[in-house]
Design a binder for this molecule. Sequence first.
Ligand SMILES: Nc1ncnc2c1ncn2[C@@H]1O[C@H](COP(=O)(O)OP(=O)(O)OP(=O)(O)O)[C@@H](O)[C@H]1O
Ligand SMILES: O=c1ccn([C@@H]2O[C@H](COP(=O)(O)O)[C@@H](O)[C@H]2O)c(=O)[nH]1
Length: 221
Amino acid sequence: MSESPTFDHGKVTVIYVLGGPGAGKGTQCANLVKDFGFCHLSALPAGDLLRAEQNREGSQFGSLIQTCIKEGTIVPMEVTIKLLDNAMQAAMAENRLGDGWQDGRGRFLIDGFPRKMDQAVKFDETVCLSSVVLYFSTTEEVLLERLLVRGKTSGREDDNVESIKKRFRTYKLDTMPVIEYYTSQGKVAEVDSTGTVEEVHALAAQVVRDALTGKYSQSPN
Ligand SMILES: Nc1ncnc2c1ncn2[C@@H]1O[C@H](COP(=O)(O)OP(=O)(O)OP(=O)(O)O)[C@@H](O)[C@H]1O
Ligand SMILES: O=c1ccn([C@@H]2O[C@H](COP(=O)(O)O)[C@@H](O)[C@H]2O)c(=O)[nH]1
């Protein structure tokens, strides 16, 4: 028997944001939230939620998350989906004002998720059916260069050549099939993220505008 989702996708718009490690997902999500206004759009970075859980005193998942992040592997879906579901419920409970947040409505950019097919299917079924995947594509050379620059100041345990290679492998093995799956459903909007932050932003903003006006769903939010 299938569970009914926590959120009605006719009221809650979920935009998954995918792309290789260092493609610019976090940078673009932050700019999109600024652009569309905090009241209109909320960004939930899955990796940040996992890092916060890793550092939370008493977390039973701390060392599991730490190992997965260092090894570039995917944390078991139950952990990540629960964190995202909780974060979405907390955002909805804030009773935000503004377009898209009245009467049980909400709009979320879920950054860096789903990374694996099992997560994609489970989240769509049990939390909220997604509207579209905003997919940032570029070359591995560009990704590597950006990550090594970020690694000079990020303090992230996985911004080093060894972990980056593992993350690239996981991306190809686990995440590309997710992108292919949603492509076959006509739900992927690909944005070339090789250009400047501003150039990429202009393209991504159009995808979000389209998603918020119902281009990718039957019931506009
Ligand atoms: N268009 C761009 N041009 C040049 N540098 C960029 C661009 N977009 C992002 N960056 C830089 O590249 C690095 C990676 O960007 P960001 O953290 O947004 O990527 P990400 O896709 O969220 O990465 P991860 O999946 O590893 O969390 C950052 O240092 C960021 O400042
Ligand atoms: O859905 C997810 C998202 C992330 N992870 C793990 O976190 C790291 C870092 O993620 P970033 O998006 O680059 O911040 C990633 O390599 C995975 O190990 C995950 O398991 N599931």
